[in-house]
Design a protein around this ligand. Structure first.
Ligand code: SF4
Length: 348
C-alpha cells in the first residue's frame, strides 16, 4: 500500500537517499523512447501494443524507467501511462487549439527570456526534459531558436540585470533541472550577483519524475545560493509520489528549499475529486504545498485532455468540502495577454 501521511512514509522507508551525481543521467540514458517498448515492459500483449501505438505527431516519447515502474501493469487507463503515451487523438486539429496558445513568442524580448508579468521573468535554462508529457503546453515551442548554452545565457542575464523592476527569476525550460550541476552553479552565481533579485523559482518535473536528480551535492548548491529558493514541482497524480519522491523532497526541505506544486487538470487522469484530494494529501505528506490546479492550455493536439469549466468548478467545490483550505489548490487559467493568472472559483 502506498502511504498517505508523512508518518507512514517515514515508518516504511527512512531517509537514506544519496544517489550519485551521475545516476540520474544514466537513468535518463536508459529511458523508454519507443511506445511499443514501454508497453511490452508493462505486460501488454502484441495485439494490444499494435492497437495502442500511433504517430507521435513530431513530439517524441520519453519515459524514464523509474517513472514507468509506478504504472500499473497491463492497465491501458493507468493515469501515469496516459500522461506519456502518444494517442491517435493528438492528430485531431480542434478549433480554438493553437501551437502557441499563450502567445509566449510575443513575450520573448530576447532569446531565452519570456517576460509577461511585472516583477518576474521566466528564463529558459534548457530545451530538454526528462519526460515528454503529451499535454505539454510547450510541445510546439521553437526551442531551436531559444537554444541554451552558458554563452547564450549571457543575453538573458543581461536583460535581467538591466531591468531593476525584476525581483524574481523563474527558471523554466524544458526542465531547468535537466541542466547539469556545473551549468546551474554557473547560472546561480551570476543570478546571485544581480542586486535587485530576491528569489529564484524553479518549475520542474524532475523531483517527481526522476527523484535521483536531487542529490546531496545539488542540495548543497541550492543552500549556498544567497537568494530564497522555491521549487514548484509538477505532479498530477498521487501515484507519481512514491518513497523516492518523498525522500528527495525531504532533502530539499532540509536544505531550505520551499516546495509548492502545480498540477494540470487532465481528463481521464485526475478529473475526479477523490483523485485530486488524494493528490493534495500525498503532496503535503511529502512537504509540498498544493498551490495551483491549472486548466489545460489549449495546445494543438491536446483537446482530448480538456476538462470544461463546469466540471472543474464542481471538482473544486468537492475539494473545498473534504479538505482543509491549505490543501485546496487555486484553480487557475492562463490567458494570453492577461497580467496574471485568472482565478476560477467554485461559485464563479
Ligand atoms: S516536463 Fe513540463 S515542459 Fe517537459 S514535457 Fe512535461 S509538461 Fe512539458
Amino acid at each position: 500500500m502506498i502511504p498517505e501521511t508523512t508518518t507512514q512514509f517515514e515508518s516504511i522507508e527512512p531517509i537514506s537517499f544519496t544517489p550519485s551525481v551521475e545516476s540520474w543521467r544514466r537513468e535518463l540514458a536508459d529511458a523508454f523512447r519507443r511506445p511499443a517498448e514501454l508497453l511490452a515492459h508493462l505486460g501488454f500483449s502484441t495485439t494490444a501494443i499494435e492497437n495502442m501505438t500511433c504517430s507521435d505527431q513530431g513530439f517524441s516519447t520519453l519515459v524514464p524507467r523509474s517513472y514507468a515502474a509506478r504504472m500499473e501493469r497491463s492497465n491501458p487507463q493507468d493515469p501515469l501511462l496516459l500522461q506519456v503515451l502518444p494517442q491517435k487523438a493528438e492528430a485531431v486539429n480542434t478549433e480554438g487549439y493553437h501551437k502557441d496558445p499563450l502567445a509566449e513568442q510575443t513575450y520573448n524580448p530576447v532569446p531565452g527570456i519570456i517576460h509577461k508579468y511585472d516583477g518576474r521573468v521566466l528564463l529558459l535554462v534548457t530545451g530538454h526534459c526528462v519526460i515528454n508529457c503529451r499535454f505539454c503546453f510547450r510541445r510546439h515551442f521553437p526551442y531551436h531558436d531559444n537554444r541554451r548554452s552558458r554563452l547564450q545565457w549571457q543575453q538573458s542575464l543581461t536583460y535581467v540585470r538591466d531591468n531593476p523592476s525584476i525581483h524574481e527569476v523563474i527558471l523554466s525550460g524544458g526542465d531547468p533541472l535537466a541542466a547539469t550541476d556545473s551549468q546551474l552553479t554557473d547560472l546561480f552565481q551570476q543570478l546571485a550577483a544581480i542586486p535587485q533579485l530576491k528569489r529564484v523559482r524553479m518549475h520542474t518535473r524532475l523531483p517527481i519524475i526522476l527523484p535521483s536528480r536531487v542529490t546531496l551535492d545539488f542540495c548543497k548548491i541550492l543552500r549556498q545560493l544567497p537568494l530564497q529558493v522555491i521549487i514548484v514541482t509538477h505532479a498530477n497524480h498521487a501515484s507519481e509520489l512514491d518513497h523516492s519522491v518523498y525522500n528527495a523532497c525531504q532533502m530539499l526541505r532540509q536544505h531550505g528549499v520551499h516546495l509548492l506544486n502545480q498540477s494540470v487538470l487532465l481528463r481521464g487522469i485526475n478529473d475526479r475529486h477523490q483523485s485530486l484530494a488524494q493528490l493534495s494529501e500525498r503532496l503535503f505528506a511529502c512537504d509540498i504545498l498544493p498551490y495551483y490546479l491549472h486548466m489545460l492550455d489549449r495546445v494543438q493536439g491536446t483537446a482530448h485532455f480538456y476538462v470544461d469549466d463546469t466540471k472543474a468548478k464542481d471538482l473544486l467545490a468537492g475539494l473545498q468540502e473534504c479538505l482543509p483550505g491549505y490543501l485546496v489548490p487555486r484553480l487557475v487559467r492562463e490567458e494570453a495577454g492577461a497580467s496574471g493568472k485568472t482565478m476560477i472559483t467554485s461559485a464563479s
